[in-house]
Design a protein around this ligand. Sequence first.
Ligand SMILES: [Zn+2]
Length: 112
Amino acid sequence: MSDKEKVYRVAMLHAANLLMAQLVMSLKDSNISSATDECTVTIDGGHQHIVKGLVECDCTHFLTTGLPCAHIFVAQDHEGQVKFVSDLVPQRWQRTYSHCMNRIVLTRVMFQ
Ligand SMILES: [Zn+2]
């Protein structure tokens, strides 16, 4: 399964679109230097960001959405890991979770 298929299977549409944009960005020229548990990542001459433990970043994208960003993908790739793993998608952005929430809302509306 390609990363794209995985992304759309796991994440809700809005989140999947954001993830795809970050995956595309992670393919651009990047610079990475890694220390024990931290990587310093620069993509396409942009700001330098710190990725911690391959799962957290200090960039706006990660801080506002909680979704993995291009810096995390670059770091994962650098460490020889698969770029996208579903565990990185917070529960609120997962398709199964949104189906579940829709059902709860629907049930409430029907029985009110
Ligand atoms: Zn980032």
